[in-house]
Design a protein around this ligand. Structure first.
Ligand SMILES: [Zn+2]
Ligand SMILES: [Zn+2]
Length: 422
């Protein structure tokens, strides 16, 4: 029998209601904050990600599903949402209608990492990008938006860590300082980090290997690399977060494993997730990405939440968030061919009236059909047999109270649809 590919997962009907609730709660929050949805393809040119995320990042080096297509083009399944959205923003010249755009997305991302709890090769993200403004209020709004989505999904006790990476020049200074500090300890570093030290020292901070982490210890504390503008920007972001009463920790080790970030970066973690991969969401400002990709000089900021991780952070206690609700309003139990035909017509009339309903398609006994009605969590069962057809009245049973009454076949839709039945 064929099996699902390693690192990929089916989301079965029993789990899917939780997904739908997360998605719809997120959409409501995005609407509240004035963000509009954008959908980009799963497949992009590989060069897009190499240029934007950075050639020395783990994502580009080890984790992309990249291949040469039949037309000899190098393509990759998207490992993240920001670069494709900036590409679409520039390609559609959205900046010409209005430079400032607030966009959100929901979708599958792909990374060929070693599969483990909370880390799938196809995973799903909810994210937002506010493109076109250098205002620190946008950094604060993006963080508030992410927090509001977590709150609205009932996720509590998450920890927000923020850091200031500074502008391009500041990052260069940080890179140089880090290189100097680590050159003495080069022997401790893994082979990847030895190479990174020469090409892109900041990426050493992403390394999960113990030796590299030991070598890094203490190196980032008290480094002065930020310019006045970036210090002022971050001070404003912090002051705005205080106004919004959003709690945060300052963490100089939050650098995010992507080259395009500048100034504010942040991560939201949760103790229900395993150490080292406890991030439920993350994001930051990327003030050079748009111009680096050939567009105008525009500031931007965004975040992404992992849906699989959000579900883990919810824990078992969040059973009220998804599952358990009534699936349909009415179940038609029809016995006999003629009754089944008439019932099928009523089914269609109910659906046309916007009433969710279903019926038996396996010619089961009345008893078995009533069990199906029960299982379907329908509020009403509509029972039709030869006798009901002859009298022109169906039996409508309230599944909770067991109360039954006879309703004319032509009145069923209005009878089920009126609130007096509740
Ligand atoms: Zn700066
Ligand atoms: Zn390393």
């Amino acid at each position: 029998m064929p099996k699902v590919i390693r690192g990929m997962k089916d989301i079965l009907p029993d789990e899917v209601s939780r997904w739908q609730k997360i998605e719809s709660a997120s959409r409501d929050v995005f609407r509240l904050f004035g963000y509009r949805q954008i959908r980009t393809p799963a497949l992009e040119e590989t060069a897009l990600f190499v240029k934007s995320i950075g050639g020395e990042t783990d994502i580009v080096q080890k984790e992309m599903f990249s291949f040469r297509d039949r037309g000899e083009r190098d393509v990759s399944l998207r490992p993240e949402g920001t670069a494709p959205i900036v590409r679409a923003y520039l390609e559609a010249s959205l900046h010409k209608t209005s430079p400032f755009q607030k966009l959100y997305y929901l979708g599958a991302m792909f990374r060929a990492e070693r599969p483990q709890a909370g880390r799938m090769r196809q995973f799903h993200q909810i994210g937002a990008e506010a493109i076109g403004s250098p205002d620190p209020a946008i950094d604060a709004e993006i963080i508030a938006l992410e927090a509001r989505i977590l709150d609205s999904c009932g996720i509590k006790d998450y920890i927000l860590r923020i850091n200031n990476l500074g502008c391009k020049d500041d990052k260069k200074r940080l890179s140089r300082t880090l290189k100097d500090a680590l050159t003495d300890k080069k022997a401790m570093l893994c082979d990847d980090c030895k190479r990174r030290l020469a090409i892109n020292p900041l990426r050493v901070i992403d390394c999960k290997k113990d030796n590299c982490r030991d070598a890094l210890r203490g190196t980032l504390k008290n480094i002065k690399f930020l310019c006045e503008g970036c210090i002022g920007h971050f001070d404003s972001v912090k002051a705005l977060l205080d106004i919004l009463r959003i709690k945060y920790l300052l963490d100089p080790y939050i650098v995010r494993g992507l080259d395009y970030y500048t100034r504010t970066v942040f991560e939201v973690s949760h103790s229900r997730l395993a150490r080292g991969q406890d991030a439920v969401g993350a994001g930051g400002r990327y003030d050079n990405l748009i111009s680096d990709m050939g567009g105008p000089e525009l500031g931007a900021c965004g975040f992404a939440l992992g849906i699989e991780r959000m579900i883990m952070a919810m824990g078992e206690g969040a059973s009220d968030f998804g599952g358990g609700e009534a699936y349909i309003t009415a179940y038609i139990a029809a016995v006999g061919e003629a009754a089944h035909k008439r019932g099928f017509g009523i089914l269609n009339d109910l659906r046309s009236a916007g009433i969710a309903c279903d019926m038996d398609y396996e010619a089961k006994s009345l008893k078995a059909q009533m069990r199906s009605a029960d299982k379907s969590k329908a509020r009403f069962a509509i029972i039709i047999g030869d006798e009901e057809l002859a009298s022109g009245e169906a039996v409508v049973r309230n599944m909770a109270t067991k109360e039954q009454r006879r309703v004319k076949l032509e009145d069923i839709v209005s009878s089920i649809g009126t609130p007096c039945h509740d």
